[in-house]
Structures are given as structure tokens and as C-alpha cells.
Design a protein around this ligand. Structure first.
Ligand SMILES: [Zn+2]
Length: 432
């Protein structure tokens, strides 16, 4: 076999060379099979030591009987042990979607049972029930037969790569690329100060991302952090990489220049979600620009949460002609944001608010032709283009040893995502 393969390789590498000589031998041997009785006997003996493995997931309606039935376990001793053990019963029964694996012998007697569930973002619990005595033993009390052991272990992380192009909406693209929702939400969140997904997303925009997939003992246990992304919108590449400095407990997202993507302001007062993504930006029927209109309108269903784009103090939370139920938030440097036509207020005048805090819900109070949020940005009470708001702030910038470590990771990251687009990092300008 090896010789033949070698010959084939040779033939490919030098077509004009003479064909190698292949010699074939025919071999005949008379086999003497053992009698049927002996064969049967050996199969039966093997069966005694046979171990079978079966896997299932728990259901919230499970009883010991229903679970054993699905797992093909037929073991009264094991059943009574589980019923009597509070710790095991509580974690195995009445919980849904927990992976459970069993090992049984040829008689379907339980040899071991493994149950896992996630304990935190990075750990899972493994509960193992192991049979100590052989199933044939005469033990009456199942407590002496089984031993229960519980341990908390770190989830195993693998990195996944995904890439997609936008045809209709961001979520249609992430669905098509089988990117989990939790990762899609992180993508929108990470670029929340860079890209106003409600307004600027176009067909043909594309993105590439790296994210963590978590598993426990080989079982998929969900997804972790978005590790990095490149989002090419209108030909400009926005990049984000998760970076945690040595000794730091938490990391942040940075562009590849080492500037934090967390800014003083978010790009939009509505979180980009599956619900809001279907709503196109609307212009006032007559006044087609923000200048004439003095703001940006975001169409969204009544009740959609409205968030302040930056930290500040609520100046007004009340009814005004035209604007309806309106919230004014004063930020530093005489900057103010205005949120109008609200249905409900979630803040009061005088209250301090953090960036991203819920301040009200979308409505159609005042002069509104349909449910939408009217959003304004003012500096010293002069109207400014709200789409420039996210750039009005200075980010955290890495330096020294952290920057050196960051640069090394950034190089690897660019290779991993196979980046080709021109960077949008240079476009970031700061007002100070
Ligand atoms: Zn408006």
C-alpha cells in the first residue's frame, strides 16, 4: 500500500519518468473458525463486561422514571439513591436542558452518571454518580453502592470565526451566518459609539468577527465574549479588539490604535436590537434634513426603551408643546441632549443619569405623526447634527507597556480576521 502511494506521488511529480514496477502476490490461507457454540459463548461473556454510553438532556418535567426511560437505564437501586439524595435530585430533576450522560452494563444497570450545568460565565459544575459495588452485589442499602462527587471546573473556550454581508438587516445577516444572538448584541454594543446602526447601515456593509464558544466536557454550553470585530460600513473599516491588560480584572474594547471604544456619548439613544432593527430612519415629511428639523427621528414601536447617550443631569422631564413628553439631559461642556414624544418617563428633573441609563419609552405625544423618538443634540442651546455626537468625546488611550502588549495582539488579530479594508480609526476626531 505504502509502495503504491509512493509510486503515485512519484508519477505525479515527474510525468515523463518510467512507471515503477509493481509486483503483486496472491496469498491463500485456510481459516479454521471455532464452532458456533464457542463463538456464542464468547459474545455472551463479552456482553457481561459490555459498557454502553448514552446521553440525554434533562426536562423540567422529569421524574427518575421518565429520565431513566429515555436513557435506557433499568436500575431500582440507582433510582432509589437519586430519590433519597437531595443534592442530586434537586439538580437532576425539575431542571431543563442539562446534559446528562450515563454508562450502563449489558443489563442496563447504572455504572456511572454525569450531570453538568453552567455555574458562572466561566465555570460549570460536574456532578458524578459512580457505582462502587458490582451490580450483582447483595447490598440492600443503595447508599453503600453509589458515591456522589461534585466539582466546579473551568469552561473550555474555543475561538470561532464568522463573516457576513448585510442584505436586509444586521440580524438577518447574523442569522444567515449562524452567529448567536448574544454575540450579535455584543457587536452592536461594542460599536455603539462608532456606528449608528439605525441610520447608517447599508446593503453591502460587511463584517468579520471572532468570538468565544464555551463547552463543558465536550458539551456546548453557550457563547462568551466577542473577542474582536471588523465592521466595514460605507467602505470604512471600524475595528474593535477586546484587550485586558496584565493584572486587570476586566478588559475593554479598543480600536487598533489603542483608543478605547467607550466614549462619552453613544451614537444613538435606542439600543440596536432585533425589534428596532426593522425600523428605517424617518425624515419629517416636509423637512428632509436634521438642520431644518433640528433633530433625528427614530421610528420604533411604542414602549421601546430610550437611553441617555451620556452621563449627565436631567434638566427637564415633563410636557412641552410640540415635543410632547420630553427629557432634557445636561452633560458637561454646555452640551445637552433632548428626547421627545415619549410615552413614559423613567427619570425626574434634577436626577443624575449614567450613560445608557433608561430615561423613558418611545411614544407619540405632542406633534407626532406616529410613534417615534425625536432626538436633538445642542451645544450652548445651539442645534448640532446629532450624528456627530459620538465623536464629541475623548477616549481612554493605552500607553507604555500596555500599548506594547496591545500592539502585539492587534497584529495577530489583523491576521486572524484577514483584514483588507482601510481603517476608520484615522477618521476619529476629537473636540476638546
Ligand atoms: Zn423629529
Amino acid at each position: 500500500m505504502l509502495f503504491l502511494l509512493g509510486g503515485a506521488t512519484y508519477a505525479v511529480s515527474s510525468l515523463n519518468a518510467p512507471k515503477p514496477q509493481v509486483t503483486q502476490h496472491e496469498l491463500q490461507e485456510l481459516l479454521n473458525p471455532p464452532g458456533v457454540a464457542a463463538q456464542l459463548n464468547s459474545v455472551l461473556n463479552a456482553g457481561k463486561e459490555m459498557r454502553l454510553y448514552r446521553a440525554e438532556t434533562t426536562r423540567s418535567s422529569d421524574t427518575v422514571e421518565s429520565l431513566f426511560l429515555r436513557l435506557g437505564v433499568d436500575d431500582q437501586q440507582a433510582a432509589s439513591f437519586i430519590r433519597a439524595n437531595v443534592q442530586l435530585r434537586r439538580n437532576l430533576l425539575g431542571k431543563s436542558s442539562r446534559p446528562v450522560k450515563v454508562e450502563v452494563d449489558s443489563q442496563n444497570k447504572l455504572l456511572s452518571l454525569k450531570l453538568i450545568w453552567s455555574t458562572s460565565e466561566s465555570t460549570y459544575t460536574l456532578m458524578e454518580l459512580t457505582r462502587q459495588a458490582s451490580p450483582e452485589s447483595e447490598a440492600i442499602n443503595s447508599n453503600s453502592v453509589f458515591q456522589l462527587h461534585q466539582s466546579i471546573l473551568p469552561l473550555h473556550t474555543t475561538v470561532r470565526f464568522a463573516s457576513a454581508r448585510i442584505q436586509t438587516s444586521l440580524f438577518a445577516a447574523t442569522d444567515a451566518a449562524q452567529i448567536p444572538d448574544s454575540v450579535a448584541a455584543q457587536l452592536a454594543e461594542v460599536f455603539a459609539s462608532e456606528i449608528d446602526f439605525h441610520r447608517t447601515l447599508q446593503k453591502g456593509d460587511h463584517f468579520t468577527l471572532l468570538y468565544e464558544a464555551l463547552d463543558a466536557d465536550g458539551e456546548p454550553m453557550g457563547y462568551g465574549k466577542l473577542l474582536g470585530a471588523e465592521f466595514v460600513s460605507a467602505g470604512v473599516a471600524h475595528r474593535a479588539m477586546y484587550f485586558k491588560d496584565k493584572g486587570a480584572s476586566e478588559g475593554n474594547y479598543f480600536n487598533l490604535k489603542g483608543q478605547s471604544l467607550k466614549r462619552t456619548y453613544l451614537a444613538a439613544p435606542l439600543k440596536f436590537s432585533r425589534i428596532t432593527s426593522g425600523y428605517k430612519m424617518r425624515f419629517h415629511p416636509i423637512l428632509q434634513t436634521w438642520k431644518a428639523h433640528k433633530g433625528i427621528d427614530y421610528s420604533a414601536p411604542i414602549g421601546t426603551p430610550v437611553h441617555t447617550v451620556g452621563k449627565g443631569v436631567v434638566r427637564v422631564a415633563g410636557y412641552m408643546n410640540g415635543l410632547g413628553n420630553v427629557v432634557f439631559v445636561d452633560h458637561s461642556n454646555s452640551q445637552t441632549t433632548v428626547y421627545a414624544h415619549l410615552n413614559q418617563f423613567k427619570v425626574k428633573a434634577g436626577q443624575t443619569v449614567e450613560q445608557g441609563q433608561l430615561i423613558g419609552t418611545v411614544g407619540e405625544t405632542g406633534w407626532a405623526t406616529g410613534p417615534h423618538l425625536h432626538f436633538e443634540f445642542r451645544i450652548s442651546d445651539q442645534y448640532k447634527d446629532p450624528s456627530t455626537i459620538a465623536r464629541q468625546s475623548v477616549p481612554i488611550v493605552l500607553s507604555g507597556a500596555a500599548k506594547a502588549l496591545f500592539d502585539k495582539q492587534a497584529q495577530e488579530f489583523l491576521i486572524q480576521i484577514g483584514s483588507t479594508g482601510n481603517s476608520g480609526d484615522d477618521q476619529v476626531s476629537f473636540l476638546q
